[in-house]
Design a protein. Structure first.
Ligand code: FES
Length: 99
């Protein structure tokens, strides 16, 4: 069952963000990680050394596996950042900086 239906949640209307340039619908109150998951994206960064895929691991801001770039700010923890209308979300590789 859909968790929104299960909790009888009635969220405010969705808004649009972009993920790597693709328009994606987001519900208010969700984190960036939740929006990525809802869009079917489970990994959004690669590790510095081996380039291994990473997404959410702990989900509570401890492991730093979920780093993502939001509005040109790299290395934000997707599991902690609330999504906002118009956010520009980008997957990132390595350090997240142009090096
Ligand atoms: S999933 Fe661990 S810090 Fe985000």
């Amino acid at each position: 069952m859909n968790p929104l239906r299960l909790a009888r949640a009635r969220p405010a209307p969705p808004f649009t963000v972009t993920v790597d340039g693709r328009r994606t619908e987001a519900l208010p109150g969700r984190t960036v990680a939740a929006v990525l998951w809802a869009a079917g994206i489970t990994s959004w960064r690669s590790t510095r050394g081996a380039g291994r895929p990473r997404g959410v691991f702990c989900g509570i801001g401890v492991c730093f596996d979920c780093l993502v770039t939001v509005n040109d700010r790299p290395n934000l923890r997707a599991c902690l950042v609330p999504v906002r209308p118009g956010d520009v979300i980008r997957t990132q590789e390595g350090t997240g900086h142009a090096d």
